[in-house]
Design a protein around this ligand. Structure first.
Ligand SMILES: [Cu+2]
Length: 207
């Protein structure tokens, strides 16, 4: 019984593939994986690189749920946060000291300074040409720094300290895969996702 059920699910999945280009939901069901590793030449960590598909056909609504950035132990966490254009980020202060959040980039904002346990939201304007990187700063603590990186679509991942990254549920197709890093860069690379096996793309970042 269980085996029969499994086969029918697989068949339904295969039949859904040709519809991938017209329906987001179906495309996700038949999606593939892009994975690989980042080498951040000259840096101690290979982390905090954003790997993303430069341009995906269609338009992508930002999620209703805000993405979270925490100010904790005198640091922004996460250090690098990719978002879809137009997304909301909720900044939380978890420290006993007041923190501020501002950015001098793009539409520019200063959300003010607020105490422990409180949050403030910022809705990011849709940037003209992704990626739009916004440095996040705190007027109270000049050493605090982080980044929000606004992208055209939600097919992105942030590399771990070991450099590994994985983008899942990517609709089959051929794309340009790009990397954003606060200090380093690399040209984009072509990638083809067929949904059958992971596409492996490695990047060596340099100055
Ligand atoms: Cu601060």
């Amino acid at each position: 019984m269980h085996r029969r059920l499994g086969v029918s699910v697989v068949l339904a999945g295969l039949m859904a593939i040709p519809l991938g280009s017209v329906s987001m939901n179906v495309a996700v069901a038949a999606g593939g994986v892009i994975e690989g590793s980042i080498k951040a030449t000259g840096l101690a960590s290979n982390g905090d690189a954003v790997v993303y598909i430069q341009q995906m056909p269609g338009s992508f609504a930002a999620p209703e749920k805000p993405a979270d950035v925490d100010q904790r132990s005198m640091q922004f966490t996460p250090h690098v946060l990719p978002i879809v254009a137009g997304a909301t980020v909720r900044f939380l202060n978890s420290d006993p000291t007041p923190h501020n959040v501002f950015s001098p980039d793009h539409e520019k904002y200063n959300l003010g300074t607020w105490p422990q346990g409180q949050t403030k939201d910022h809705v990011f304007a849709k940037c003209a040409k992704a990626p739009c990187a916004y440095v996040q700063l705190c007027r109270v603590h000049p050493e605090m720094e982080a980044y929000v990186v606004e992208l055209q679509n939600p097919f992105f991942a942030v590399s771990g300290k070991d450099g590994s990254y994985k983008i899942e549920n990517v609709p089959p197709g051929s794309y340009s895969l790009a990397v954003w890093h606060a200090k380093l860069k690399s040209p984009p690379k072509p990638v083809t996702v067929d949904g059958a096996k992971p596409a492996v793309v490695d990047f060596a970042l340099g100055r």
